[in-house]
Design a protein around this ligand. Sequence first.
Ligand code: UD2
Ligand code: MN
Length: 615
Amino acid sequence: MRRRSRLCCVKSAIAVFALLTIILFTSKWIAGPDFTNPDFYRSQNLVNLPQFAAQVFNRHPKKFEFDPNDLKDWHDEEAYQKALARKGLGEQGQPAELVNPDKEKERTMFRANGYNAMLSDQISLNRSVPDIRNPGCIHKKYLSKLPQVSIVIPFYDEHWSPLLRSCFAILNRTPPELLKEIILVDDASTKEFLGEKLEKYVSQYVPKTRIVRLPERSGLIVARLAGAKVATADILIFFDSHVEPNYNWLPPLIDPIARNPRACVCPFIDVIAYNTFEYRSQDEGARGAFDWRFYYKRLPLLKEDLEDKTKPFRSPIMAGGLFAIGRDFFWELGGYDEGLDIWGGEQYELSFKIWMCGGEMLDAPCSRVGHIYRGPGGHLSNPRTNDFLHKNYKRVAEVWMDEYKEYLYMREPNRYAKLDAGDLTKQKALREKLQCKSFKWFMEEIAFDLPKKYPPIEPPDYASGAIRSDTSNNLCIDTLNVGHRQEVGLYPCASDLVYPQSNQYWALSWHKDLRLKMKADCLDVSESYRNAPVVLYECHLQGGNQLWQYDVENKWLVHGSGKSCLEADLKNHKVYVNRCDPANLKMKWSFGHVNRTALAELKINKHQVSEEEGL
Ligand code: UD2
Ligand code: MN
């Protein structure tokens, strides 16, 4: 009898338990779709982001559990040794070259992609890269418990081998337990092989990887958002579709996020050369910034950043393409503004938001990822007829830059006045809701050294206009339409010497370089021997080979430290740099316009300046 009643109790307990489980499972169904389940989004079209964000991720980022003393060396010695033993074309990131290629085909494929796609096809998808990390990185320890990542890679008409090499490089050099998935987002590519062929290849040979397809070309911002929406891991990583992560790139990139869920971390971006596929470093770190035309720029590291070169440092602006961010934090920030079209400006939007709305942005020197920077003419086709780039800039400026937006607009007043930024209510509401700080705060606390290098209001030029050789019969310095690294020369002067045509319109700018007024190209002299050639080079703001002064009394254009002067070769219509000589009339030059006040001030400050800049 007692046994029976006990059995009865157990039975009813099981029944109650089963009933509860059923209720629990069906309640979700009864209550409607499960918004926390990514499968739901997979079956939906991927638009309507704000609603998605509001329903699913509009919450504060949860803290990751971690023990600061529980650290681990994530280095994979076995894989490392295997990679070191690899030999072949492009292995170890060595520059590669095709033997007897079909030159015409090579050129066509280059033009279509902006890099040597034919060469890429001959390099292994599993090729090894050189370990160019700071030696201190190799056995550096990171948290043993790290969150998993989803890697989102948008692509539009990417060539086959760089796209797949990106996937294999990830799979080969990422701890499998940390990699949840790779999500390739096809921004409605037109290349045939990116359709079914890619689908089949990926499902057969590329583990953990799936493809999301956008119904129409929408640009990299909307594509990244689409990928982020279906991502299931706690950390999102965004990559371009032509990358090769280096050894042990992941733990240093996500360790800071495990410690602070509002950190966003960028790797060092290395260069994969578009012509030879050589893998090399770009530099050993700098802080991201912008100028007031929104060109991406870089600022030097701070003293404290140099103390330990393996430690992440704070950076005001991300380059844009490659970074890791907590998924909750990304959605707390509303993801990207989905009104940003096609390409550009999104790196500013996200960087401003991260800093101003309670996060921080770091660069992790021990995490390195190679990226193919496209070569000349390698831009993707433009599907729009409007000026989407400046519209993007205006959206970002209107929402985030407060009174500083005027510095952007004043550089291209006509363009910006005509542009309609579209509806910004949601973005402004987000800033309000998150109680984000002011742009002034950002400029003063985070990008505090930006204005010194990129002043919002540019000081006037010391001199400008055409530069005429005094002894010549009306010859002026002219670009002769040459490209970078090629010699400029002399050409008959424009009729208007103050406002000549762009080939002769020079400025001795406040950077103390001699630049084309309409283009940031500078006169550059790299040798100091006799008759040193003067070439056109992208202005680098570093002084050195691009440092010039105008000596009004002697009418000299003095190069570098002050001993060499520009000299005209009237016979050959060339210009050189030689030792300054008061008796040499061919060293005398006149500008269309000279700002005597500025030049006089420069002279007074000369002592001070040379101390400051080490001239
Ligand atoms: C840089 C960034 C890039 C992005 C851009 C500014 C790096 C290394 N790269 O551009 O990520 O921030 O500046 O917006 O920081 N794509 C599409 N649809 C398009 C256009 C591009 O899916 O309509 C893809 C493209 O296939 C590539 C990625 O977006 O995977 C970035 O484009 P990119 O490589 O042409 O841009 P990049 O490297 O000049
Ligand atoms: Mn790219």
